[in-house]
Design a protein around this ligand. Structure first.
Ligand code: CO
Length: 339
């Protein structure tokens, strides 16, 4: 299953090779023209003689860690790659480097903590990764400074139509984009699998500059806080509520005509949808939006509970509905929809 493969792939920001390989393999019978730029963006080109140039983007990278030093006891110290809450790190199993060396993020056991320590967040600088090495030398035989680290989380399905796994932000978007690219369209379509979103939306800007799109859709995994203790009006998105359309966040304002068309298509075809209820955070849409002389954009997102942590949860129905809605939007462009 593609989402499982993508979710379990090794791909923190700047280290997206494994994800690129999976996508190229998945699409080998459907895409004849690929572009890969200096940053590592992978662009699937589906040329056509006429029609607007359409960019659909999803980022390949995930949040992770990077080894910064190894101490004399053989313990690895690390930096964060992207936004990770220090509180989700303690005691998590991880995999280090391309060789996937297993390790555990260590911290002082509760028995050993002073009462005041038990109420404090342990900053990641005070944590370390234990790979079972007894010395610096032994550790450096297995890992290198600069090695990336991912959470050792396997994909699984639970409940009626939910899945758990890491990196659904944004491998869910990548999985949908791959499916969309398996079909043919009458206008030039550019499927941009971007890099380094989690460290500052870097890949998308470069990709948009190269593609010069007339309009763009960004497929994302987004926050979902529809859980107890939060007022309904503060929900960002609701899991199972369908694709989340973003009016505005800190990176971009969604194009009104595109939003209206998405809503019209959803309602006409019985596809559930929702509007993202919060404006915090940003994504690739922000960079594509301000590329060259400006590009109309809209982000369509899959709600992901516990995003940017070792394990998040999504609704497989949301994935299907998002794919269906964006596909209808692309068909609508074929039918003459213009921004
Ligand atoms: Co994302």
């Amino acid at each position: 299953m593609l989402l499982k493969k993508l979710s379990e792939a090794f791909g923190p920001s700047g280290c997206e090779q494994e994800v690129r390989t999976i996508l190229r393999e998945e699409l080998k019978d459907h895409i004849s023209e690929w572009q890969r730029d200096a940053l590592g963006n992978l662009i699937a080109c589906k040329p056509a003689a006429a029609g607007p140039r359409v960019m659909v983007a999803a980022h390949m990278d995930e949040v992770g860690l990077m080894i910064s030093s190894v101490d004399s006891a053989g313990l690895l110290h690390f930096h964060k790659v992207g936004g990770i809450d220090d509180r989700v790190l303690v005691s998590k199993p991880v995999l280090i480097g391309k060789g996937r060396v297993p390790g555990v993020i260590g911290a002082k056991a509760i028995h050993l903590q002073r009462p005041e320590e038990r109420t404090q967040v342990i900053p990641h600088r005070s944590l370390f990764i234990d790979i079972g090495a007894k010395s610096k030398e032994e550790a450096l035989e297995k890992v290198k400074i600069g090695d990336y680290v991912i959470f050792a989380t396997q994909y699984g399905e639970l409940g009626a139509s939910m899945a758990k796994g890491k990196a659904f932000d944004d491998r869910a978007g990548c999985a949908i984009l791959a499916e969309l690219l398996k079909e043919d369209y009458s206008f030039p379509l550019y499927g941009a699998f971007t890099v380094q979103e989690e460290v500052g939306l870097r890949g998308a800007g470069v990709a948009a500059y190269a593609i010069e799109p007339d309009l763009a859709i960004v497929l994302e995994g987004t926050t979902c806080n529809d859980v107890s203790g939060i007022e309904e009006h503060e929900y960002s998105t609701v899991i199972g509520g369908g694709p989340a359309i973003t009016f505005m966040d800190t990176s971009a304002v969604g194009n009104k005509a595109m939003i209206r068309e998405l809503v019209r298509l959803a309602e006409a075809n019985g596809i559930p949808y929702q509007f993202k209820g919060t404006v915090t955070g940003g994504n690739d849409a922000g960079r594509i939006n301000i590329s060259r002389a400006g590009v109309p954009v809209v982000a369509v997102s899959i709600p992901c509970r516990y995003i940017h942590s070792p394990v998040s949860l999504l609704s497989l129905a949301d994935v299907e509905h998002s794919k269906a809605l964006v596909k209808l939007f692309l068909r609508s462009i074929e039918g003459g929809f213009r921004v």
